[in-house]
Design a protein around this ligand. Structure first.
Ligand code: PEP
Ligand code: MG
Length: 748
């Protein structure tokens, strides 16, 4: 390898260029000077600069030394697309000895890029503001070093401020800063927050935008009885079809909803009463409204919360009948090629949308819970949150493309964008490698157990595909939330058994009901003024022993022949753990008396997700069979920050020294007592956190199945020794700023 000049010299040279830039306004000339100097200095075959086009959120190749000059302005990359797109999206440098072996490598035709092996991409950013990327490439493999990464990062840092000003100037002067997308073709885009990743294209449908029951009927002149019978038949056929075609992946939850609709529809008292009213002279619409209204009032007045909940179902069914009476666009209740926009919704609504094949979802209300987004991910419905907007800004029927990777809604997208979306959608669909269940080894051979978080049956299939070694967390509250009700022991047994049976081996951790907080029933009976500090998780179960026993019985029976482990959520004290343990022992004894097959002695675990549990982690590590760190809640409770509150969400920072120290303390306590500990919160999917956690001694991660392969890749790149040094340094930092500074400085 040729000896290169000192990188410091290069940094000076670029800084000089940047200062000179103010005197001229030709950005392309400036960028060309920059890439020429870098390429010469680093003796790279290629040096390119990409800039992010704000309106399309795509990276455009703006200058290159080495790539085909015709590619400049023509080559576009999405955030997360290719190695360069990934570096910008994740705001981290990526260095590859053999670029084409990186799974994210994207071959760009007609650039002659295939000739180059070594690849180094560094994001250009100003704070967290993404500006673009600097990329160097070389024909020979393994050409770039860590020092080159640092040097390129420093240069990128210098360029950032200059480029940001340039962008602003260009905008002021009305120039396009992007590549070759003609201005007329640009779709208007709206920024939003990602809830469930994916891409969706379709026309807007407003959920419950209007109550059809209360509207005037326009078809009163037709023969009312014939029209009604036809609507009834159509509704019956639709519900049958939904039932029949229910995707296996959601059948466990959707069955709970649609079977009750069919039952009601066929009930003589319900549809028969409507017919009688029509025969007595009422219009079809009027009779539906009257009967549905009467039923809804009756149900709403019930003292039984389970009965009250059915009000929702009755009105839903009434809407469907009226829609079918009118005929027209939504005749089949099929939401293919539709993006649903709703203010707030129940988990059951979401399952309904999945059953009707909705392409995507835009939520506008502030009250949408974290669990709704978790469920959307399991159902694979691309979803975004548009908190500050009113939904009528997106009118019914408008075509939108929702990029729920980047958090952008493109209104009236042009054909090129639609084509790109469809290609990405297709690629993601087919891009699911199958792994055998296995641990992920670090680069120096330390095995990290990979488990899956499972919310619905479909997740188990994804988990098996992703090579998960078992289930690290089954959130058992989903059937409860979807039904807004307590399923019986028998129903729970059926659901758990199907989950357990699909796992090919390894541990199955079933968590008892974690209701409350942001996982509320829609019923006023369960409303609390401060639900996060209320009757949540294990508190709820201990306060309702009959419900708790039903669930424990169902779990012990379902896991009879498996490595069953039962996990208790939101445990604040050892006393609660003892109490829960007593109940499970009593339930096991009852099952034995009844001669029912069950697991007699599952391992019992505690979720560490409250500050009090961290304080008592030594005792928990000594008394429980295993610990599971729920960082989603732990960060919230440690920092007193509600992630769904826009005013403070940026303070939700897992890199806060208090969080880092708590995590290290819990892992260390478990290690001392020889008790297993796993991370099942979302930070277990973050690359930097993985390094930190491994450095603290964590050897087990449980995460969404869709994230497992990325986690596996990340683990392969770290070594235990490096991680240990990294964690030790992070743990010494006194403030959030100091932690961030250290991370930025280490170039990770
Ligand atoms: C957590 O709090 O990190 C966790 C895994 O539990 P949930 O997200 O279900 O609250
Ligand atoms: Mg939790």
């Amino acid at each position: 390898m040729a000896v290169r000049r000192d990188n410091i010299e290069l940094v000076w040279s670029i800084s000089e260029l940047s200062s000179l830039f103010g005197k001229r306004t030709n950005i392309d000339g400036f960028l060309q000077d920059v890439v020429d100097r870098i390429a010469e200095h680093m003796e790279s075959d290629v040096c390119s600069v990409y800039l992010l086009d704000e309106s399309t959120q795509r990276l455009v190749l703006r200058a290159s030394r080495g790539l085909d000059p015709d590619a400049v302005g023509r080559v576009h990359l999405g955030l997360g697309e290719g190695i360069t797109g990934t570096a910008v999206k994740e705001l981290r440098p990526i260095r590859e000895a053999h670029a084409s072996r990186n799974p994210r490598y994207k071959f760009i035709p007609n650039t002659r890029e295939e000739e180059y092996q070594s690849f180094l991409a560094v994001p250009i950013r100003h704070g967290l503001n993404r500006i673009g990327a600097l990329v160097v490439q070389h024909r020979r493999p393994d050409q770039f070093t860590r020092h080159d990464t640092r040097a390129l990062q420093t240069i990128a840092g210098q360029l950032a401020a200059t480029l940001e000003n340039v962008e602003m100037l260009m905008e002021l002067h009305g120039h396009s800063s992007g590549g070759e997308i003609p201005a007329a073709d640009r779709s208007e885009s709206i920024r939003c927050q990602v809830a469930s990743e994916g891409i969706a294209v379709g026309r807007i449908v407003h959920l419950r935008a209007r109550d059809l029951l209360d509207e005037q009927s326009s078809s009163d002149h037709e023969d009312q009885e014939t029209a009604f019978r036809a609507a009834l038949e159509r509704t019956d056929a639709q519900l049958e079809a939904i039932h029949r075609d229910l995707d296996e992946r959601i059948s466990d939850l959707a069955n709970l909803i649609f079977s009750s609709h069919l039952l009601m529809l066929r009930d003589e008292e319900f549809s028969g009463e409507m017919l009688r009213l029509i025969q007595a002279g009422a219009t079809a619409h009027g009779s539906i409204r009257q009967v549905v209204g009467r039923y809804a009032d009756l149900l709403a007045a019930s003292s039984n919360p389970r009965t009250r909940e059915k009000t929702h179902d009755i009105r839903d069914l009434g809407q469907r009948l009226v829609r079918n009476l009118r005929g027209g666009e939504e005749e089949h209740g099929d939401l293919r090629e539709r993006i649903v926009i709703a203010h707030e919704m129940y988990p059951s609504d979401l399952v309904r949308l999945a059953a009707q094949h909705a392409e995507g979802l835009i939520l506008t209300g502030a009250g949408n819970t974290a669990h709704l987004t978790i469920l959307a991910r399991s159902l694979e419905i691309p979803s975004v949150l548009l908190r500050a907007r009113r939904e009528d800004e997106l009118p019914e029927g408008e075509l939108v493309a929702v990029d729920a990777y980047e958090g952008i809604i493109h209104r009236n997208p042009h054909q090129t964008l639609l084509d790109q979306f469809r290609t990405t959608q297709e690629a993601r669909r087919t891009d699911r490698p199958k792994h055998a269940p296995s641990a992920a080894p670090t680069a120096d051979g330390v095995a990290i157990e990979l488990l899956a978080n499972v919310n619905i049956l479909h997740d188990v299939d994804l988990a098996v595909r992703a090579g998960a070694m078992g289930i690290g967390l089954y959130r058992s509250e989903f059937p409860f939330l979807v039904r807004n009700d307590f399923p019986s022991e028998a129903e729970q047994y059926r659901i758990y058994r199907r989950i357990v049976e699909r796992v090919e081996g390894g541990p199955v951790v079933l968590r008892t009901l974690d209701i409350g907080g942001d996982k509320l029933f829609g019923d006023p009976e369960y409303q609390e003024s401060n639900p996060f500090l209320g009757l949540r998780g294990i508190r709820f179960s201990l306060a309702h022993p009959e419900l708790f026993d039903d669930q424990l019985r169902a779990m012990l029976r379902a896991g009879a022949d498996r490595d069953l482990r039962v996990l208790f959520p939101m445990v604040a004290s050892l006393d609660e753990f003892f109490h829960a343990r007593e109940r499970i022992r009593a339930v096991s004894a009852d099952l034995a008396d009844e001669g029912l097959e069950h697991h007699p002695n599952p391992k019992l675990g505690v979720m560490i997700e409250l500050p009090s549990a961290v304080e008592c982690c030594e005792e928990f590590a000594s008394e429980a069979d295993f610990l599971s760190i729920g960082s989603n809640d732990l960060v919230m409770y440690l920092l007193a920050v509600d992630r769904s509150n826009e005013q403070v969400e940026r303070l939700y920072n897992p890199y806060h020294p208090a969080v880092l120290r708590a995590l290290s303390r819990v892992i260390e306590a478990a290690r001392r007592h020889g008790t297993g500990v796993s991370m099942c919160g979302e930070i277990g999917s973050s690359p930097l956190m993985i390094r930190f956690l491994i450095g603290c001694g964590l050897r087990s991660i449980s995460a969404d199945p869709a994230r497992l392969s990325r986690i596996r890749e990340e683990i392969c790149t770290v070594t235990e020794a490096e991680s240990r040094a990294f964690s030790a340094r992070l743990l010494r930092q006194p403030s959030v700023g100091a932690v961030q500074h250290l991370i930025a400085e280490s170039g990770l």
